[in-house]
Design a protein around this ligand. Structure first.
Ligand code: ZN
Length: 374
């Protein structure tokens, strides 16, 4: 079907094209470069009066990883899904930031130059009224749906409306609104590009977000001159993972997930697909490992035997892992964990990256790793 430039497609138009694979090729190198150049243009010259646009770029990238494919098709997305990403992204920032340093005052970080940020105040109210301390608990509360509806409204009215405006001009290369209210579609090839350049987009968006918060005069009395702001904003503190340890010790019979040797008393909770590649705490992505094994693996993907082991563990114990870690406040989505692992290994295979096998031994990532993920 051919549509004029002004017609608004429906979800079914986009989905039909998506499922039928009308344009199954990947974006060409030229299209990839054009994508990066436009993205750079947005970051350099777009009007970022609030942090929403950074959050929107991170959210779209995560949704492309979780729901998209490595081809040229368009991807329909519900604005509600974007709102759920916003809730996850802003949740760590709905508690007061405190440096403990002289001359600073603990407070919520200001996310824009004007009035209180709507998304943060909705989430702060949700935290209070539901009594939830983690986003996973908040999701199970009776107040979640209403909060997400409100955030979706803000996302629709603000960052989705303005992200693609640069210097008074609209460059609508990322997405368009669909006829059904509550839906957008990533334009052809955009999901594939976001999947390919996920690391880059995340890094630039997060750095821009931190800078925006740091340079906001309203935050100067809160932040002072100290520098753990990024860790606070994105919930990077390892202590957050402690509640998972006790369960993983039992599950793994006190043995290291990677080398199989006894853990003794210690052990690190490790993200199987590294946090640096996909910064969400999904229950099925956790393993327990020696500190030394964890450090040696660092930000790399794990080798073939580990992939097989991880897949088998989640197949056998997936329900228990979801149940136990869900109760301890972690997000549970075993299907998403697997999809994300496939994406990470596919991208690594495309770029010829190595995986960590053991100690200082590496292996190249190939089809066998993808096959092991089904
Ligand atoms: Zn070990």
């Amino acid at each position: 079907m051919i549509m004029g430039p002004d017609s608004t497609p429906k979800v079914s138009d986009v989905s039909a094209g998506y499922l039928a694979g009308l344009t199954p090729n990947q974006p060409s190198p030229e299209e990839q470069l054009a994508f990066l150049a436009k993205l750079q243009h947005i970051f350099e010259e777009g009007e970022f009066t609030a942090t929403y646009k950074f959050a929107l770029l991170v959210a779209l990238t995560e949704l492309a990883v979780e729901r998209g494919a490595d081809d040229n098709r368009s991807l329909p997305l519900q604005i509600r899904w974007i709102a759920e990403k916003f809730a996850e992204l802003y949740w760590p920032q709905t508690i007061e930031y405190s440096t403990g340093a002289m001359g600073t005052t603990p407070a919520l970080l200001a996310q824009n130059l004007g009035a209180t940020t709507r998304v943060v105040s909705v989430l702060t109210n949700l935290r209070r009224s539901s009594g939830a301390s983690t986003i996973a608990t908040a999701k199970r509360s009776g107040q979640w749906d209403a909060a997400i509806r409100e955030i979706a409204h803000t996302v629709r009215a603000q960052p989705l409306k303005y992200l693609q405006n640069v210097g008074g001009t609209s460059i609508p290369f990322l997405y368009r609104f669909l006829e059904e209210p509550g839906w957008i579609a990533l334009r052809p090839g955009i999901a594939s590009n976001l999947r390919k350049f996920q690391g880059l987009v995340h890094q630039i968006a997060r750095a821009g977000w931190v800078r925006h918060v740091r340079e906001n005069p309203r935050n100067s009395v809160v932040i002072g001159g100290l520098g753990d702001l990024e860790a606070f904003m994105f919930g990077l503190t390892r202590s957050n993972l402690e509640p998972a340890r006790e369960f993983l010790v039992k599950l793994q019979s006190r043995r290291c997930f990677y080398c199989g040797e006894s853990l003794g008393a210690a052990g690190d909770v490790d993200h199987f697909v590294p946090w640096s590649k996909y910064p969400r705490d999904l229950a099925h992505n956790f393993v327990l490992a020696h500190s030394a094994c964890n450090r040696a693996k660092s930000d790399m993907l794990a080798g073939l035997v580990h992939v097989e082991h991880w897949r088998q563990r989640n197949a056998e114990h997936g329900d228990v892992i979801g149940g136990e870690l869900g109760e301890r406040g972690f997000l549970v989505d075993s299907k998403c964990s697997l999809v994300v692992a496939r994406w990470a290994y596919q991208q690594a295979a495309n770029t010829g990256a190595n995986a960590w096998a053991a100690a200082s031994r590496m292996e190249s990532i190939g089809l066998e790793h993808l096959a092991a993920l089904g």
